[in-house]
Design a protein around this ligand. Structure first.
Ligand code: PMP
Length: 368
């Protein structure tokens, strides 16, 4: 019946569920403190904020090449600016990597319990997402390598990983790369890399400089506190960057984002203050959760700015979610990602982490 026909979404698109962001409002409409999106509790560098305000009244399109920003990224990270492309958040770059290098009939491989955008990126371009088994919530290199087939086109690795916070050491990243055929693209997603200790490095950048099949992505959304500007970048061999440049939006990074990110790179004092705060509070909060081990609470050791807490005893993740919400905080429950028995809690201010720890103790019947 011609009258009944309508445009239908492509079948591979209809297999995607829209991304559900964390909410910061409780069931009764109360505004909660948001510890559900891994944002920086210290906010944004003042210099970055001033820089974005300074361009806010321009009527012009942004620089389509983000030249100044790429020069600054190159300077700070010791990279060739010609090998850098900026994106509307690293989300865009992850999607472009899938779109540029995978299509119908291809497989896009990643670990179980890794970043949810990888699945969407694979489906968006008509490729088949393939999930390799984890190793107690961490990436399992042997399982990833075992899952490689002659259809594998792209492998995504988040390091540190979201939502588990686990970290794959340099030797393991190297082993993963060495085990992949050279025509498979390895994307090392380093969204949380700035939270690693200063001398810690998974070697992703080195691989990206030395090989033709490695792309590294970074973001200004996490430690730089610029999530609202939507800005990320990728680096890799020139032919990889060329592919991303062909398919990105011409003006994909706003003027305020470019200005703020460049200024943020100049304020490494803010970055180290954020890193120190996170290291200290992550350690304290992890210890507080560990102390509830006899009640079945288990922290997954994290190197990022959040902690995944498993509830393997009488207290359930749902009960904890509700109690934490009643205490005034939004944290992330991810049953849709196969984690019904876990909460992902972003590291906030000290007083907030203390209050959440006290809430968990009270729920376990311990003295708060
Ligand atoms: N990669 C990982 C592992 C993430 O957790 C996130 C943020 N949730 C991103 C990439 C994307 O961040 P953005 O698009 O804000 O750069």
């Amino acid at each position: 019946d011609a009258d009944q026909s309508r445009p239908e979404g492509k079948p591979w698109i209809m297999g995607i569920h829209a991304y559900v962001p964390g909410k910061a409002v409780s069931a009764d409409g109360t505004q909660l403190i948001k510890l559900s999106a891994n944002e920086n509790p210290l906010g944004t560098s003042e210099a970055a904020h001033a820089a974005r305000k300074a361009v806010a009244d321009s009527a012009e399109y942004p620089d389509p090449d983000a030249r100044e920003l790429r020069l600054k990224i190159g300077e700070v990270h010791g990279l060739d600016p010609a090998r850098i492309v900026c994106g509307t958040g690293s989300d865009e770059l992850l999607n472009l990597a899938a779109q540029g290098f995978a299509g119908p009939g291809d497989e896009v491989l990643f670990s179980k319990f890794s970043f949810s955008v990888y699945y969407i990126a694979a489906r968006r371009c008509g490729a088949t997402p393939v999930e390799a088994p984890d190793n107690d919530y961490a990436t399992n290199v042997d399982a990833l390598l075992a899952a490689v087939s002659d259809k594998t086109s792209v492998v995504f690795l988040a390091n540190p990983n979201n939502p588990t916070g686990t970290y794959l050491p340099r030797s393991e990243v190297k082993r993963l790369h060495a085990g992949l055929p050279s025509d498979v693209l390895l994307v090392v997603d380093q969204a949380y890399a700035e939270y690693l200790e200063a001398d810690e490095d998974d070697g992703g950048m080195e691989l990206a400089m030395a090989h033709d099949n490695v792309l590294v992505t970074r973001t200004f959304s996490k430690i730089y506190g610029l999530a609202g500007e939507r800005i990320g970048w990728a680096t890799g061999a020139p032919h990889l960057i060329d592919v991303l440049n062909r398919i990105r939006g011409p003006f994909n990074v706003t003027s305020s984002g470019q200005a703020a990110a460049a200024a943020a790179l100049d304020d490494q004092e803010f970055v180290s203050r954020s890193r120190d705060h996170n290291a200290q509070e992550l350690a304290r909060f992890t210890a507080a959760v560990e102390a509830l081990g006899n009640h079945g609470l288990r922290p997954i050791p994290s190197k990022a700015n959040f902690l995944l807490v498993l509830f393997e005893g009488a207290v359930t993740a749902e009960q904890a979610l509700n109690a934490i919400s009643d205490a005034g905080y939004a944290v992330r429950h991810l049953p849709g990602q196969g984690l019904p028995n876990a909460l992902r809690i972003t590291i906030g201010h000290r007083a907030d982490m203390d209050q959440i720890a006290a809430t968990l103790r009270a729920l376990c019947g311990e003295r708060a």
